[in-house]
Design a protein around this ligand. Structure first.
Ligand code: AMP
Length: 394
């Protein structure tokens, strides 16, 4: 059975085609600059990467090219062989606590949630419509970044703000990267051979979030009402004192939109280092002795350490700490700073194992009180698994 995993952005469309249940990747690719000039797509197939410059007026045109590639490369003989299409949706708020089959009501709800994810949910709706047009017989599913975090208790997801802001304006913690947290925590529980476990997942990419997972259920996460909460990120500030914002607006005359841009695009590693939002550049700067790069790295590690310490208490101990996503999987220096900062718990880094990048490996010593692992995430596969299961149920 062939399942497509899809991630539609406002001007991009990423996809991976899986043979299920074997989970073999048949094809993957990305359409870029949809609706803009110089649009193109790249496809990975049989270990080869193909790039084609084409006009992509809208998402529907992109899906048209995708179907052509699937047929011409004999991935399928007919589009009816694609039994399921899983669509990544950034914001499901408290309306969805799991992956669902998309019907008109689901589509409408995703669209209604657009004020909470103005850049992402409208793009996902466009993507869903385009795929349904070409693959009307497939089971289309919505896989929400927020769904995994819906098991948080009230005291974890509520802010100490006027309660009406929650009831009238839906202001609460929703979290993000849920598909990744779910994938990694399931794998961690498998490694531990124990479903009843206390796991901390550190998803550290350009965006970053941690989650505390108790017996397979998320009980806390660091991202909040928006993806700009919690740890330091590439260009996002993470947790700050909320009163800084009205203060800065008053003293500088900045508008709400300007402040929003500053905290989302000019802060984080970029804001502190003044060099880059990319951790590789900051790492290089730090190695060359750039003081602000060194400071940015310290601040980054400190915030992650603080969250792990907090989750140690909330979970009542930790059975495994997992590192994933671009920085978590590849930055040996960042992992070292974080694990060294957790010495007080008896956690010890295996310096040799920590040199590994992008592979599943235990990076703590055998006598470490808590095992630490790198577990590469695979959101596309998680989407495909959920979609496969729902396609089988139909
Ligand atoms: P992601 O959002 O998961 O794609 O992660 C992107 C982040 O991972 C960027 O900050 C990259 O600099 C970082 N990253 C990727 N490879 C490495 C590496 N080899 N060393 C350090 N950071 C890396």
């Amino acid at each position: 059975m062939i399942i497509l995993s899809v991630n539609a952005g406002s001007s991009s469309l990423k996809f991976t085609g899986f043979e299920m249940p074997s989970e073999d990747v048949l094809i993957s690719g990305v359409f870029e600059r949809i609706g803009i000039d110089n649009s193109f797509y790249t496809i990975k197939l049989n270990g080869e990467k193909i790039r084609k410059e084409v006009e992509l007026a809208n998402h529907s045109v992109a899906v048209g090219f995708l179907t052509k590639e699937l047929l011409e490369n004999n991935i399928v003989e007919s589009l009816d062989e694609i039994k399921g299409v899983g669509h990544r949706i950034v914001q499901g708020a408290d309306k969805f606590d799991k992956t669902v089959v998309i019907d008109e009501r689901v589509l409408e709800t995703i669209s209604d949630l657009s004020p909470l994810a103005p850049l992402h949910n409208p793009a996902a709706v466009v993507g869903i419509k385009a795929f349904r047009e070409f693959m009307p017989n497939a089971t289309h599913t919505a896989v929400f970044d927020t769904a995994f975090h819906q098991t948080m208790p009230e005291e974890a997801y509520l802010y100490a703000l006027p309660y009406e802001w929650y009831t009238d304006y839906a202001v609460r913690r929703y979290g993000a990267h849920g598909t990744s947290h779910k994938f990694v925590s399931i794998r961690a529980a498998e490694i531990l051979g124990n479903k009843d476990s206390k796991i901390v997942v550190c998803h550290l990419g350009n965006g970053g979030s941690l989650s505390a997972v108790l017996n397979g259920k998320c009980i806390d996460t660091s991202m909040g009402f928006t993806p700009n909460a919690g740890v330091v990120m590439g260009s996002r500030c993470g947790d700050i004192d909320a009163s800084i914002l009205p203060y800065i607006m008053k003293v500088t005359g900045m508008t709400p939109d300007e402040v929003d841009t500053a905290i989302n695009k000019k802060s984080g590693l970029l804001g502190i280092s003044g060099v880059s939002s990319d951790s590789r550049d900051v790492e290089m700067g730090a190695e060359e002795g750039n003081k602000r790069c060194i400071l940015a790295q310290k601040l980054y590690a400190r915030r992650v350490i603080e969250y792990i310490a907090k989750y140690y208490c909330i979970l009542g101990g930790i059975d495994m700490i997992c590192f994933t996503a671009g920085i978590g999987e590849n930055s040996c220096a960042t992992r070292k700073s974080i694990i060294d900062g957790l010495k007080v718990y008896g956690i010890k880094l295996d310096e040799e194992a920590n040199k590994t990048r992008g592979e599943e490996i235990m990076i703590s010593t055998k006598d470490s009180t808590i095992p630490c692992y790198v577990i590469p995430t695979n959101e596309e596969l998680m989407i495909a698994r959920d979609t496969y299961n729902l396609s089988m149920d139909k």
